[in-house]
Design a protein around this ligand. Structure first.
Ligand code: ADP
Length: 572
């Protein structure tokens, strides 16, 4: 406000300066006014420095806060949300869309406020000085506003297109990077290159369309405002000729008109940037206003500090939101129990719903009907954090985060002492290979742990679970076959992890379920049989048939398994 007010004083000072020189012929006055002008500009310079720094800082902080909020929100979203979103698209929202808001938040909005001040100030002073000239100057305003509205809407639409295409392009690239082995393994680089080039081509087409629209708009605005300036010059010239205006007044008038014209031009430009940013803001705030389908309860029930680890699925029916409502549910009236310390394996043909059962327990999704109980409490009544601390998941293909081996093991407990981390690693049969790494526990593993073998990654994941020490363990058994040596080490590690802990095993291979106390056989989302391995074989139902079938294929594996048991017992 200060610097705009000072800027308003400039034409007035020029008027005095010129009139001092041309009309009054006063040398001293001229000198003083010139010095005064210098002082004016020096003050403006300081104010501009403060303004630029403060506004930029505000803009940067606001953008950073928005980014943090968006990341917080995305981290809260349950997996159901992520199924339908591509990470690349979300990354683009986080970077490009919020980036688009940066300009408007830092200098443009403030600039617009300044221009508003310049405009009202200029118009007021001019109206006081020369109402007639003022009317001439204001003649162009409706034209400017009209075209700003028209172009603003268009630019918003086009910019939304640009940002959407950009998000799409980012998603395509991100997918290709994430699955680089697949892409290269199938020699599909040209296809991915073409896919990306096509999406980027769309970005460029839309961006050039925007550039043409903007260029046309700016041309039109410049022409309109300077037509106004010309009209003022013409009218003013006539007033000077008729002697009712001094040359100093005329020049100051002209300067005001130009600053008004500049203000109008800048406001029109601001309006279009604003429209463009609004599009981006709508998308960002759309994401910020989402609610995760899985929510913390408003009046949570406290879970015991040391949960017993009793799990019960009671008449659980579930279907994925994306599934056709006419289809039968993914899980249909599923009931079973895991007593404290018991190991229960869910088996069944592929697509039966085994993985779904496992993802309902940590509440990645909520059941449609029925309930899941932990220590007798409906898990929807527990704090998500408490529930997820009590339930540990060892995934099929464990991912390592970028960081050191230690950080990966101590993921759930960053403050765990080194000794605990090492004990966990020993239990997981991982200590020896970790010690052999270049920096031991401080060796950095790649973004996805690419430098470790599958078996090693799995043992780190087991160590992670050992250290977390959850009351209930969900073990998604690896389908990928490890080499015999790794498999033996992993099996031993699992054996230790499972002992005395309630465990839900998602068994993809029947040969490995014999370690379970009880089996729950799922078929098409329903529990069809339940019992121990021996009981189920005797009963001769679907499990027995599945087992016979796999047994023939998997005889070698089963033999290896019994060999493993012998080795394990020796190890003990
Ligand atoms: P399993 O682990 O026994 O092979 P899943 O639990 O993975 O079976 O899948 C059960 C059914 O649910 C399948 O028909 C599968 O296509 C479907 N399904 C799995 N995940 C999703 C998902 N995120 N969205 C929609 N349907 C899914």
């Amino acid at each position: 406000m200060l610097s705009s007010t000072l800027a308003l004083a400039f034409p007035l000072a020029v008027k005095f300066l010129l009139d001092a020189a041309f009309v009054a012929g006063d040398r001293h006055l001229l000198d003083r006014i010139a010095l005064g002008l210098l002082a004016l500009f020096a003050t403006t310079a300081v104010l501009n420095y403060i303004q630029t720094y403060w506004l930029t800082a505000t803009g940067e902080r606001t953008v950073a806060a928005l980014r943090r909020e968006l990341v917080n929100k995305l981290l809260e979203m349950s997996p159901g949300f992520w199924v339908h979103r591509r990470t690349g698209e979300l990354t683009s929202r986080l970077t490009a869309d919020i980036g688009l808001l940066q300009g408007i938040l830092s200098h443009q909005a403030a600039d617009a406020a300044r221009q508003c001040l310049a405009l009202t100030g200029g118009v007021t002073i001019l109206t006081l000085m020369q109402p007639k000239l003022m009317l001439t100057a204001l003649g162009v305003v409706p034209l400017v506003i009209g075209s700003a509205m028209l172009f603003g809407k268009r630019l918003k639409r086009i910019t939304t297109g640009v940002q959407d295409h950009l998000a799409e392009a980012t998603a395509v690239a991100e997918e290709a990077f994430a699955e680089i082995r697949l892409v290269q393994g199938f020699a599909q680089e040209p296809r991915e290159r073409a896919r990306y080039a096509d999406r980027i081509g769309r970005v460029i087409t839309a961006a050039l369309h925007r550039a043409r629209t903007r260029a046309f708009f700016f041309g039109a605005i410049t022409f309109t405002t300077f037509s106004g300036v010309t009209a003022v010059l013409w009218m003013g010239g006539r007033l000077v000729l008729s002697g009712s205006l001094t040359p100093g007044e005329m020049v100051s008038f002209l300067l005001y008109t130009i600053s008004i014209a500049a203000a109008i031009g800048a406001l029109a430009t601001f309006f279009t940037s604003y429209q463009e940013a609004i599009g981006a803001a709508e998308r960002v705030f759309g994401l910020l206003e989402m609610e995760s389908t899985v929510q913390d309860p408003s009046d949570p029930v406290e879970l015991a500090a040391k949960p017993r680890g009793e799990v019960e699925f009671r008449n659980v029916t579930f279907r994925y939101a994306s599934a056709d409502p006419g289809e039968p549910p993914t899980l249909d009236d599923v009931s079973f129990r895991i007593r404290p310390g018991e190991v229960v394996a869910v088996v069944g043909p592929s697509g039966a719903g085994k993985t779904t059962v496992a993802s309902l327990l940590p509440r990645f999704w909520d059941v449609e009907r029925g309930e899941i109980l932990l220590d007798g409490i409906d898990i929807r009544r527990l704090r998500l954090r408490a529930l997820r601390e009590a339930v540990g998941v060892v995934p099929q293909d464990p991912t390592l985060l970028s960081g050191t081996v230690r950080e990966n093991i101590a993921y759930a407990r960053g403050d765990a002492p080194d000794a605990d981390v090492e004990v966990a690693a020993r239990i997981a049969n991982a200590h020896e290979f970790i010690e052999a790494l270049p920096d031991g526990y401080h060796t950095r593993v790649g973004e996805r742990g690419v430098r470790l073998s599958g078996g090693q990654r799995q043992r780190i994941a087991i160590a992670r679970a050992v250290l977390k020490n959850p009351a209930v363990l969900v073990l998604d058994e690896a389908t990928s076959s490890l080499d015999t040596e790794s498999e033996r080490l992993v099996e031993l590690a699992l054996e230790r992890l499972l002992s005395g802990r309630s465990t839900l095993i998602i068994a993809h291979r029947l040969s490995t379920v014999q370690r379970a106390d009880r089996l729950v056989v799922l078929d098409q989302g329903r529990v069809v049989e339940e019992g121990s391995h021996a009981e189920l074989l005797r009963a001769g139902g679907i499990y027995a048939r599945l087992f016979q079938m796999q047994f023939r294929d998997d005889q070698a594996v089963t033999e290896a398994l019994s060999a493993m048991r012998v080795i394990r017992d020796e190890g003990r």
